[in-house]
Design a protein around this ligand. Structure first.
Ligand SMILES: Cc1cc2nc3c(=O)[nH]c(=O)nc-3n(C[C@H](O)[C@H](O)[C@H](O)COP(=O)(O)OP(=O)(O)OC[C@H]3O[C@@H](n4cnc5c(N)ncnc54)[C@H](O)[C@@H]3O)c2cc1C
Length: 320
């Protein structure tokens, strides 16, 4: 790989973890690395990225870039691409990343692979791996032309932890008018169902089939274990449970002592949210479900039989 441009992301004033994951991927591929950070007053974050393996860090620093707009970000990234001529552009598959990446690919008329979980070197070519059909298959994609854009799932790689001597340079010509106007950020109310502090979580997925089964089937196990209830995204999207129950890349990132995944396939976006749990139990009727790849104990069976039996066994063990 001759040259990679990493588009980093700032979150709450610091580097988003996914930025250092992109650094790890780029360093594994080898070649020259340039990074780009976009925002306002982000000098310290840029210095930090330079020390943490981001190579030469370009800073698009302008008051008009304080809040994300697709226009402002796309303009800054295009300036960096024009200046650096990278062969590969890495962007995290976050809400900002997936919004800007498509716009960028269309504007540059270049190829893009989205939702990537792995990038492999194959001779002089690259193969982009992404999950398909609810993680039942891995697609292996080649993208022709230069530059190529890849959006990479947060959590797909361990964050780079080395320290390097990088440098920081200002990117000129950024900022200016945008057709999109930033209005406000609305943050969900704090409190409520905070799974990040739970010691035991029992999460239910689409395998539970209907909302009533969360009370009828899952809740007795939740109560027997003294756990909190979690859910996969389709459960939340269907309105069966509120968003604060969602575990995963677009929900809560949890690391309880015990995580029980019930009727959850184990898509990468769910795994990102729970794979650092201390002990994982998965219940699924499909022996090939990807959730078993991260499970310490896997139970292949019908959840409608396994979960009530487990709840009864826990109660008995606790003397209840
Ligand atoms: C940008 C983006 C962000 C996302 N963010 C998230 C996120 O934050 N969190 C998240 O969870 N997902 C997220 N997703 C969705 C994710 O890709 C998957 O679609 C989702 O995790 C699948 O949910 P599931 O496992 O409940 O459903 P499915 O994939 O449908 O799996 C259901 C599972 O239940 C099993 N099952 C069915 N019946 C039974 C039974 N009777 N007994 C035992 N097992 C049974 C099946 O074998 C299957 O494995 C995101 C997707 C995108 C594109």
């Amino acid at each position: 790989m001759a040259k990679t441009l990493i588009v980093g992301e700032i979150q709450k004033g610091g580097l988003r973890e996914s930025t250092l994951e992109l650094v790890a991927i780029a360093r594994k591929l080898g070649g020259e690395i340039t990074s780009l950070l976009i925002g306002s007053g982000i000098g310290a974050a840029a210095e930090n990225l330079a020390k943490k393996g981001g190579g030469r860090v370009l800073v698009a620093d302008d008051a008009s870039l304080a809040n994300y707009t697709a226009d402002g970000h796309a303009r800054a990234i295009r300036l960096a691409i024009d200046a650096e001529k990278p062969e590969l552009v890495l962007i995290a598959n976050t809400p900002i990343g997936w919004d800007v990446a498509g716009k960028l690919a269309a504007a540059l008329d270049c190829g893009i692979a989205t939702d990537v979980i792995k990038i492999e070197q194959d001779g002089s070519d690259l193969v982009f791996v992404r999950r398909m059909f609810n993680a039942k298959f891995d697609a292996r994609l080649r993208v022709s032309g230069s530059p190529r854009i890849a959006t990479v799932q947060p959590g797909a790689a361990e964050a780079y932890s080395g320290s390097e001597a990088g440098s920081v340079a200002k990117l000129d010509g950024v900022g200016g008018d945008s057709r999109t106007k930033f209005v406000e950020v609305r943050t969900a109310a704090a409190g409520g169902h905070d799974l990040t502090k739970a010691e035991i979580i029992v999460s239910g997925g689409r395998g539970l089939q209907k909302p009533e089964n969360f009370d009828a089937v899952l809740k007795p196990l939740v109560e027997a274990l003294g756990a909190q209830m979690g859910a996969s995204r389709p459960v939340v999207d269907a309105g069966w449970l509120p968003h604060e129950y969602q575990v995963g890349s677009s929900g809560q990132i949890v690391s309880p002592k015990l995580y029980v995944a019930v009727g959850i396939s184990g898509a990468i976006q769910h795994l990102v949210g729970m794979k650092s749990s201390n002990f994982i139990v998965a219940i699924n009727k499909d022996p090939d479900a990807p959730i078993f790849e991260v499970a310490d104990v896997g139970i292949v069976g019908d959840l409608f039989e396994v979960v009530p039996a487990l709840a009864a066994a826990v109660k008995t063990a606790k003397g209840g």
